[in-house]
Design a protein around this ligand. Structure first.
Ligand code: COS
Length: 378
């Protein structure tokens, strides 16, 4: 990769630079993997990343904070080499985010396994009738003599079907809307939890529609206090939204790399494609958008790592700008490849498919705009 000067930007410490450098070496040796069977590929990636120690940053020790800069550099690096490797890494963090931030000592025992790549995790938040509007969550959790009884459906759940453990948000009814939700730790082998459907998407990864029918969980499964589920979910998203931007940044950096190779190797009109000023202009626009995205992402991560409790505005700006910019950068890389840009087997073709979902998951672009606008309007 041509430009690594961002590693010397003041957001990072020596340990971040060392981490990025070492992960780069691991990626060059191990990625990409064959995506033919996505479940098997994902399980293999989680195990390999865990064995290599690369999943350690996906969880925090008791009383410690997640290091968002390390999460961002990890996702950016993995995404540049293999989108599925980034997915496998990210879900270990997002899935167990609520446990990392709010879990009891007993719940935190899962973290040793997810960090080692010995257990796969998922975050069950979205429902058929509650996507962007989390306050509409309809899955119920009712306290009974034997514990909490959960009923409902969750959809678009990443790692659905292969996860060993989920964090699930359900309505416990302390108040209407956002203040009546709670978070629970749900082992995947709990009776009553089923995979209703697997969902196929344009950039395949394990994704499912889950059903909960009289799922009984003990009192100890509750994360935080009853009624805190919305705040817990939002706190997790505060940390991980900037990392989605980082994954988009990794895709965009890869697209620029591919475009540079193409532009300097491809012959056009007796010279190189790169000799045309219009091509140079496109390359320049790609580089500017990449650096602008990087600055917003590293700013959000740095602010969080410096101890600011809420970074909703910074994380929303980072995710919104980086994912939208990456889409444009990748589209231009496709264009510079001509017919090969849409041809299977070319990196830019898969990047074009992989980037699209990032503008939707963990809060669609318009949700990020809502978060930013609310911060302006008070
Ligand atoms: N950290 C802590 N608390 C937060 C918070 C955060 N990041 N964001 C909101 N809250 C709190 C608010 O402060 C408010 O509590 P108080 O009234 O005590 O102040 C409460 O939670 C409700 O917040 P708000 O009124 O903003 O909630 P809305 O229902 O209007 O929801 C959006 C706002 C749309 C921003 C939210 O539903 C959202 O992020 N949706 C997208 C969900 C998503 O990302 N889904 C992807 C699934 S995961 S792959």
């Amino acid at each position: 990769m041509a430009d690594r000067s961002f590693l010397s930007w003041p957001f990072f410490e020596e340990r971040h630079r060392a981490h990025a450098q070492a992960l780069e070496g691991w990626c060059a040796a191990h990625l990409p993997v064959d995506h033919g069977d996505v479940d098997a590929a994902c399980k293999g990636l989680v195990a390999a990343l865990g064995a290599g120690g690369w999943l350690q940053p996906t969880a925090a020790g008791a009383g410690e904070a997640l290091d968002v800069r390390t999460l961002c550099l990890s996702r950016e690096t993995l995404a540049r080499h293999d989108g599925l490797a980034d997915f496998a890494f990210a879900m270990q963090g997002l899935g167990m985010g609520a446990v990392s931030l709010f879990g009891t000592p007993a719940q935190r025992e899962w973290l040793a396994r997810t960090r080692a790549g010995q257990a796969i995790s998922g975050f069950a938040l979205t429902e058929p009738g509650a996507g962007s509007d989390v306050a509409q969550t309809a899955t119920t959790a009712v306290r009974g003599p034997q514990g909490w009884v959960l009923n409902g459906e969750k959809t678009y759940i990443s790692n659905g079907g292969i996860a060993d453990v989920y964090v699930i948000i359900a309505r416990t009814g302390e108040a209407p809307g956002a203040k009546g939700l709670s978070a629970f730790l749900l082992p995947a082998d709990t009776p009553g939890l089923t995979v209703l459907d697997r969902i196929e998407v344009m950039a395949p990864h394990p994704l499912a529609h889950l059903g909960l029918s009289d799922v009984v969980l003990p009192e100890a499964a509750l994360i935080g206090k009853p009624g805190e589920g919305f705040k817990i979910a939002m706190s997790v998203l505060d940390v991980f939204r900037s990392t989605v931007g980082a994954a988009a940044l990794g895709f965009a950096r890869r697209a620029l790399d591919e475009a540079l190779v193409r532009a300097t190797r491809e012959r056009a009109g007796g010279g190189r494609l790169a000799d045309y000023q219009m091509v140079q202009g496109h390359l320049a626009d790609m580089a500017v958008q990449i650096d602008a995205a990087a600055l917003l992402i590293y700013r959000a991560a740095w602010v969080k790592d410096m101890g600011q409790a809420r970074i909703s505005r910074e994380a929303a700006m980072a995710k919104l700008y980086a994912t939208e910019a990456a889409q444009k950068v990748i589209d231009m890389a496709v264009q510079l490849h001509g017919g090969d840009g849409v041809r299977s087997g070319f990196a830019v073709e898969s990047l074009y498919r992989e980037i699209r979902a990032l503008r939707i998951y963990e809060g669609a672009s318009d949700v990020q705009r809502v978060v930013i606008a609310r911060s302006l309007l008070g």
